[in-house]
Design a protein around this ligand. Structure first.
Ligand SMILES: [Zn+2]
Length: 221
C-alpha cells in the first residue's frame, strides 16, 4: 500500500509529483529569508560602507598630506620664493624674476591639483577591493548540529508537542533503508523530502536578493 499523502496544495494524488509543494516552499523560504535577514543585511551593509568610506578617505588624506608636503618643499626651493612671500608678492627685486617666479608657482599649483585629482580617482577606484575586504570580516555561521536548540526546537511553545528531530532514530532509519532497499526503494520520509526539494525539471527561482547569493543561515556575528 502506498500511503504517501496527496499534494498538500492542490490535493492531486502523490504520483506523478506535482510542483505545488516545492514552489510554495520556495515562496515561503523567500519570505522567511526576508524576515530573518533583511534587517541584518542592512546593518552589515551600513557597517561595511562606513568602514570602507572611512578607509578610502584616510588613505586619500595621507596621499594628499605627502603631496602637499612635497609641494611646499618645492616652492621653498624656488629662487626668490622666501623674499616673495616675505613681501606678500611685492618683493623689491627685478620684475622679470617676479614674473618667472609667479609662473613657477602657478605651474606648481596646477601640478598639485592634478596630483590631488589623480589621488582621489585612484582612491575611489579601490572601493571594490576595500568593500570585499570589509565584507570578508563579517562572518555568518550555521549553528552546531548537536546544539539542543537545533535538535529540539522549542515549537511546543506554539501550542503542540514537537519532539524535534531525533538524529539517532534518523541514523537507524537510514541503515534499515539500506538493508531493505530491494524491498522498499523509497522510504516515505525520503519521498516527501524529495517532494519538498522539488523534482529536478521544475524550475524554481534562485533564492537571491540584490544580485548576490545569501548564506543559508540567519546567524552572523
Ligand atoms: Zn499540487
Amino acid at each position: 500500500m502506498d500511503a504517501a499523502p496527496n499534494c498538500a496544495i492542490c490535493n492531486a494524488p502523490p504520483y506523478p509529483e506535482c510542483p505545488c509543494e516545492s514552489e510554495r516552499l520556495m515562496v515561503a523560504v523567500k519570505q522567511a529569508e526576508h524576515r530573518a535577514m533583511d534587517a541584518r543585511l542592512d546593518e552589515i551593509r551600513d557597517w561595511v560602507i562606513s568602514h570602507a568610506r572611512q578607509h578610502i578617505l584616510n588613505a586619500f588624506e595621507r596621499l594628499g598630506a605627502s603631496r602637499k608636503q612635497a609641494h611646499a618643499t618645492y616652492l621653498n626651493s624656488l629662487p626668490n620664493y622666501a623674499v616673495y612671500m616675505q613681501y606678500s608678492g611685492h618683493p623689491p627685486i627685478h620684475p622679470i624674476y617676479i614674473t618667472q617666479l609667479q609662473q613657477q608657482i602657478s605651474e606648481a599649483h596646477a601640478e598639485l591639483k592634478r596630483g590631488i585629482d589623480a589621488d582621489w580617482r585612484a582612491s575611489v577606484l579601490r572601493y571594490p577591493e576595500v568593500l570585499d575586504y570589509f565584507y570578508s570580516l563579517v562572518s555568518l555561521r550555521l549553528p552546531d548540529e548537536h546544539s539542543p536548540r537545533v535538535a529540539e526546537p522549542p515549537f511546543a511553545a506554539a501550542g503542540y508537542v514537537d519532539r524535534g528531530y531525533d538524529h539517532s532514530r534518523l541514523g537507524k532509519e537510514k541503515k534499515k533503508k539500506r538493508r531493505e532497499s530491494s524491498v522498499a526503494p523509497n522510504g516515505m520520509r525520503e519521498v516527501l523530502a524529495q517532494r519538498l526539494r522539488g523534482p529536478p525539471p521544475v524550475p524554481t527561482p534562485p533564492v537571491q536578493a540584490g544580485g548576490f547569493s545569501r548564506p543559508p543561515g540567519p546567524y552572523y556575528h
